[in-house]
Design a protein around this ligand. Structure first.
Ligand SMILES: C[S@@+](CC[C@H](N)C(=O)[O-])C[C@H]1O[C@@H](n2cnc3c(N)ncnc32)[C@H](O)[C@@H]1O
Length: 333
C-alpha cells in the first residue's frame, strides 16, 4: 500500500523551532518518544531522504518532514499506514508510506527508485494504539483475541504458539525473550491447561500466568510472558538483526542511523552491532601493525544511549525505558 500526494518544501529551521509545529500526539494514536533528540541526532534537512522504518502514528515522520526532508515511512501494520498516511497527507510527494517490514528496506527503496538514503530511524516495538486496542491482543489488561501480530500477513498468532509449541520451546521463548525466571513452570502450566481448554483470549492467559507467578510488585506477573510472546510472534530479534544489516547497505556515506529500543534484549543487539562496526582495528591501535577491522562501517554519534529527560518521563511513562543509539555511516566498506 503506497500513499503519495501533493508537495510543500519547508525552509531550514532549527530542531526546537520545527518541533513547535509538530503536534506530538495528534489524534491520540501514539506519543513519539525522544522527538527532539531524534531530530538533533539524525540531522534531517532539505534535500535529504530519510526513512522512518516504524511509522506508527507518524509523529517522528512529521518532525522529519518539517525539517524539509523527503520521508519514506514503513510500517507492517496497515492501521498505522492508514492513520499516518492521512495525518501526513498535506506533505504531498515529500511523504511516501509503504507497507513492509523494515528488514525489506532494500525492496521498498528499489520499488521507489531510491538507492541510497541520508537517514534511517527505527523506533522499535509496538505503538500505544496497538497496545491499547484490545482486539490486537497485545495487552494483558484488556481482554481480546490472543493475537499479537503486527502484520496481518503473519500466519502465526500468539494463540497458535501457546496452543501448539512444545513445552521446551515455550520455556525457551519465555526465558530468552522475556528473561522470565519462572519460564519452565509457566510453560508446564500452559501445556497442562491447553489440553483441557485451548487458549484463545489475553485475560485467560494472563490469569494462568498469574496463578503460577505470585504478584510481588506493581508490575503485573504476565508482563514478561506477554513481551516474550510478542517478540516470538513477530520474530522481532531476527528482523532487527536483518534490518541492521540492510540499513548498513542502503545508508549513504554520512547517513545517520538511529534506533530506539525499549528493553535490554533489543538494546543489547543495537549496541553490539554498532560497537563492532565502529572499531577501526581488530587489535589495539597502539600495536605495531594493528589489523584493520573489515567491518569498520560506522562512527558512533552517541557513545552512550540517549534517554528521555525528566519532563518527558513524567509526561510519557513509556519514554522511561527508551534508549536511542545513533551512528553515522562511513564511506568505506
Ligand atoms: C513504537 S511504534 C512507532 C511510533 C512512531 N515512531 C510514532 O512517532 O508514532 C512502532 C511501530 O513500528 C511498527 N513496526 C514494528 N516492527 C516493525 C517492522 N519490523 N517493520 C515495520 N514496522 C514495524 C509497528 O507496527 C508500530 O506501528
Amino acid at each position: 500500500m503506497i500513499f503519495e500526494v501533493a508537495h510543500p518544501i519547508s525552509e531550514i529551521i532549527e530542531p526546537e523551532e520545527l518541533l513547535m509545529s509538530v503536534d506530538p500526539n495528534a489524534h491520540g494514536y501514539h506519543l513519539p518518544v525522544l522527538l527532539r533528540e531524534v531530530i538533533e541526532h539524525l540531522a534531517p534537512g532539505p534535500g535529504k531522504v530519510m526513512v522512518d522504518c516504524t511509522l506508527g502514528g507518524g509523529g517522528h515522520s512529521e518532525a522529519l518532514l518539517e525539517s524539509g526532508a523527503r520521508v519514506i515511512g514503513i510500517d507492517q501494520d496497515p492501521d498505522a499506514l492508514a492513520h499516518a498516511g492521512q495525518r501526513l497527507s498535506s506533505y504531498g510527494e515529500m511523504f511516501t508510506a509503504v507497507q513492509a517490514s523494515f528488514h525489506e528496506i532494500e525492496d521498498v527503496l528499489r520499488s521507489l527508485g531510491v538507492d541510497r538514503v541520508d537517514g534511517i530511524l527505527a523506533d522499535l516495538g509496538v505503538s500505544s494504539y496497538q497496545l491499547d486496542t484490545a482486539s490486537r491482543g497485545f495487552s494483558f489488561q484488556r481482554d481480546g483475541a490472543l493475537d499479537m501480530r503486527m502484520s496481518p500477513s503473519n500466519p502465526v498468532t500468539a494463540a497458535t504458539l501457546v496452543n501448539t509449541a512444545a513445552e521446551e520451546e515455550l520455556a525457551r521463548i519465555f526465558r530468552d525473550f522475556g528473561d522470565e525466571p519462572a519460564s519452565r513452570r509457566v510453560a508446564a502450566r500452559i501445556v497442562r491447561e491447553r489440553v483441557v481448554t485451548p487458549f484463545s483470549h489475553t485475560l485467560q492467559l494472563a490469569e494462568t500466568v498469574a496463578s503460577v507467578i505470585p504478584k510481588k510488585s506493581r508490575i503485573h506477573p504476565a508482563t514478561r510472558i506477554f513481551q516474550a510472546l510478542r517478540i516470538a510472534v513477530n520474530r522481532e530479534y531476527e528482523v532487527l538483526d536483518a534490518g541492521l544489516e540492510a540499513f548498513t547497505r542502503v545508508a549513504a556515506p554520512g547517513a545517520r542511523v538511529g534506533l530506539i529500543a525499549f528493553h535490554s534484549g533489543e538494546d543489547r543487539r543495537v549496541k553490539h552491532y554498532f560497537k563492532e562496526r565502529a572499531q577501526e582495528f581488530t587489535d589495539r591501535p597502539e600495536w605495531p601493525s594493528p589489523r584493520p577491522n573489515p567491518l569498520y562501517q560506522y562512527r558512533l554519534i552517541t557513545s552512550r544511549p540517549v534517554i528521555a529527560g525528566e519532563l518527558e518521563q513524567r509526561a510519557n511513562p513509556r519514554s522511561r525505558s527508551a534508549k536511542l543509539r545513533v551512528a553515522e555511516r562511513l564511506p568505506k566498506n
